[in-house]
Design a binder for this molecule. Structure first.
Ligand SMILES: [Zn+2]
Length: 278
């Protein structure tokens, strides 16, 4: 079964939609049309709730795509291969062919997504604030929703746990200050797993308090992040090991330290016996 459909190709990147995106699309539309919008705008006509809900969901995932494109284009600027962007049930993911080779690259690639979400949220907020006409009309309501949700996306993604953007920012900062890529990865992955566990526990608490759907959703996000943090950690270790084998002696990139307890020692100056053992 083909799970991901290509909807566009931009700058050599495949923009794909995984079929699970339709689950979130339906849930967001349903949640807005049946609960949020009727509560805030009781005067709307029945069909307006569904139209505004669907439009909100559509523009929400468009904003998520812009967030991912910010990551992807920054990665391209740093010379990293970008295979594509996939939108799926939990949002979007940029499929980079490799991790950034410097702390600066990692920092900028990671921070650009939340920055774009922040700017989108800010622009929407200003547009709503200076709205000419009735602020309770559906278009204004969608703009207000996008303002809030983009700011939430920026804030959530900047939580300092791997594999969220904030976790990558944290890793790049520790990497830059200690020069120790593996230690930075380990710390960011641990905080990521701690955050993920908090989400799972929070979700379970919500379920016990009767908010079944919301609780299941939060727990699911937490579980996904926990697994992703663990596998990202393993992947980073594998890449660091690979880098130790293939890194040329006069590479024009920053060396990835091989030995966590000897951060000053990169691949270049590793003793011969260590290099073979690595
Ligand atoms: Zn992001």
């Amino acid at each position: 079964m083909k799970a991901t459909f290509r909807i566009a190709r931009i700058a050599g990147m495949d923009i794909g939609v995984h079929y699970t995106l339709f689950i979130s699309f339906a849930l967001v539309t349903w949640g807005l049309a049946r609960t949020l919008y009727p509560t805030i705008y009781p005067d709307w006509a029945g069909r307006t709730f569904w139209l505004a809900g669907a439009a909100s969901a559509f523009f929400l995932f468009s904003c998520v795509l812009l967030h991912e494109m910010a990551h992807a284009f920054t990665a391209l600027a740093f010379g990293l291969p970008v295979k594509g962007i996939t939108l799926f049930v939990l949002g979007g993911v940029s499929n980079l062919g490799a991790d950034a080779r410097s702390a600066k690259g990692e920092f900028l690639i990671s921070v650009m997504g939340p920055l774009v979400s922040l700017v989108l949220g800010g622009v929407m907020w200003v547009a709503y604030f200076f709205w000419i006409g009735d602020p309770s009309q559906p278009v204004a309501a969608v703009v207000a929703y996008l303002a809030v949700v983009n700011l939430l996306i920026a804030a959530f993604n900047m939580l300092p746990g791997f594999p969220l953007d904030g976790g990558r920012v944290l890793r790049s900062v520790i990497w830059a200050t200690t020069g120790d890529f593996l230690r930075a990865t380990r710390i960011a992955a641990r905080t990521g797993q701690a955050l993920a566990l908090l989400l799972v526990v929070g979700g379970l608490a919500h379920m016990l308090l009767g908010n079944m759907l919301g609780g299941i959703w939060v727990s699911f996000v937490g579980w996904f992040l926990f697994v992703a943090a663990a596998s990202s950690h393993g992947e980073a270790l594998r890449q660091a090991r690979e880098a130790s084998k293939v890194m040329p002696l006069n590479a024009d990139r920053e060396p990835i330290p091989l030995f966590p307890n000897r951060p000053w020692q990169g691949a270049e100056d590793a003793p011969e016996r260590d290099r073979r053992a690595a």
